[in-house]
Design a protein around this ligand. Sequence first.
Ligand code: ADP
Length: 259
Amino acid sequence: MAKSIEARDLNIYYGSFRAVEGVNMSIRPAQVTALIGPSGCGKSTFLRSINRMHEVIPGAYVEGSLELDGENLYDAAADPVTVRRQIGMVFQRPNPFPTMSIYDNVIAGYKLNSKKSNKTATDELVERSLRGANLWNEVKDRLDKPGAGLSGGQQQRLCIARAIAVRPDVLLMDEPCSALDPISTLAIEDLINELKTEYTIVIVTHNMQQAARVSDYTGFFNIEGTGKPGKLVEMDETKTIFSQPREKATEDYVSGRFG
Ligand code: ADP
């Protein structure tokens, strides 16, 4: 079920380097939120802090709070593995397990997270996840073939199928189309539009047309100079950010004057 995310006074560190500072952000359930801004302003870092993938880097940590429907994701009792099941992630480069079959790729995360289930139930899950990722019709006759045999766009949809197979509440996407051709990109954008009825989606993109096409809300991050922390400059409905932003820096960025 799609859930909300609330970041409060969030600072994100790599050792002593404060990469992101003072983020307050409300991410609405069952909506697409795009994160835009120049390279190095902390969009990916912020995204990875949401499902506690940031902390796997030695010395990396956060201050402040992040909540999923009011539950503190960084509570001492919260299990990072459970958090990552609730909040799935899709990366820039499609990363299916190359020698594993399409079928096994879909259930790879599911198998880590649950007890054994019977073949019929697993078959149903594979079909439902592949249909959910708009990939079923293209692969249903070759489920036993390796994931690496698919095109880049298909591999990315396979990764989305793998992410949704565990029934997360939120899907994080870090530039999911930047390695894809324009047709595959549109297929992923259509899919994002369909998935948002069931999942809260947060997408980092450096493509502003993409942010304008797929998102309901947009957050603009910026950085004042090298070595300075990235900050959230403003967040609003996407149409407002692109037509009447409050801040000059946002206007300069969305009109292509820098970045
Ligand atoms: P964006 O996604 O907006 O391009 P990033 O989140 O990748 O920005 O990076 C934000 C800042 O954090 C940059 O200064 C970057 O060099 C730094 N950074 C990113 N990853 C690491 C890391 N693994 N170790 C140390 N610093 C990092």
